[in-house]
Design a binder for this molecule. Structure first.
Ligand SMILES: *[C@@H]1O[C@H](CO)[C@@H](O)[C@H](O)[C@H]1NC(C)=O
Length: 290
């Protein structure tokens, strides 16, 4: 155990050095056949249009999902998504990053369906070392079922940022200095799924899924993972050529202003403002969340 932990640390250290001195070409904008595996759903997930489109479906007996072939340490991960139109109550469509194991890290975007004409909720969360409970929820400023829109996650040593059509909506800063664990030592894969959650998703579970409308289908395209690929067989991580743009990205004043605008107008839940949930005081990272 100790030896393993030492090796992981040494490997990460080595990786950091290599990252500083080399930046070779790796994954770029994608083809679903090359980039992902459909890992769940028994035919309900489909790759179409020569790898440019992927659809996930849900019916009463199963949902479906895919995951990236590669694992990453840091990067910018993006997909275009068109959500289930009409009555999507009780359905959840996701795009997220996750490592494995009991102390896993996870960065979540989950779209909670709704009745026809009622707005979707974009639910976000960040788990570090197995600890989550950091939910923030948003309305969107467009109908996400009419067209494809771009959803992205930036993950570098300074912060994690969630973007919708290039607008930053949420930042999770590296606050290890305040004793908050930060994802940095566990490689993550990119996942997407469609599943049933009528017990909580829509109006807190009051509105159930209308299964007569099944199958429910969401479409993904434009998948791009530009990150440092963590080799399954050992060795140094290989970072994509555009490394500098995401690896060292920080917020400038414009980004902060845009994010605050989104949060003021579209945020509908923030764990950092939920005093009932944290009677002992807010989690330490809340004091630094703009
Ligand atoms: C669904 O629509 C209702 C009514 O507008 C709204 O209160 C709710 O937040 C929406 N989203 C979900 C996931 O329930």
């Amino acid at each position: 155990m100790i030896k393993l932990m030492f090796m992981a640390t040494a490997r990460f250290f080595l990786f950091s050095i290599l990252l500083a001195i080399s930046s070779t070409s790796a994954t770029m904008a994608g083809n679903f056949y090359q980039d992902v595996d459909i890992n769940w759903g028994n035919g309900r997930g489909k790759i179409l249009n020569a790898g440019r489109l992927l659809t996930l479906s849900l019916d009463k007996s199963s949902g479906s999902g895919f995951l990236s072939k590669n694992q990453y340490i840091y990067g910018r991960f993006e997909v275009q998504l068109k959500l289930v139109p009409g009555n999507s109550a009780g359905t959840v469509t996701t795009f997220y990053l996750s490592s494995r194991g009991p102390t896993h890290d996870e960065i979540d975007l989950e779209f909670l369906g709704n009745l026809s004409g009622d707005p979707y909720t974009l639910h976000t969360n960040v788990f570090t070392q197995g600890k989550g409970n950091r939910e923030q929820q948003f309305k969107l400023w467009f109908d996400p079922t009419r067209d494809f829109h771009i959803y992205s996650v930036l993950w570098n040593p300074r912060h994690i940022v969630f973007y919708v059509d290039g607008m930053p909506i949420r930042e999770f800063k590296n606050m290890e200095a305040k004793g908050v664990a930060y994802p940095k030592g566990q490689a993550m894969r990119v996942y997407a799924s469609m599943w049933a959650a009528e017990d909580w998703a829509t109006r807190g579970g009051q509105v159930k899924t209308d299964w007569s409308q099944a199958p429910f289908t969401a479409a993904y395209r434009g998948y791009a993972a530009n990150g440092c690929v963590w080799p399954a067989g050992g060795g140094a991580a290989t970072c994509s050529a555009s490394g500098s743009s995401w690896m060292w990205q920080e917020f400038d004043a414009t980004s902060v202003r845009r994010m605050k605008w989104v949060q003021r107008n579209y945020m509908i839940y923030n764990y950092c403002s939920d005093a009932k949930r944290s009677p002992q005081g807010m989690p330490p990272e809340c004091s630094a969340t703009p």
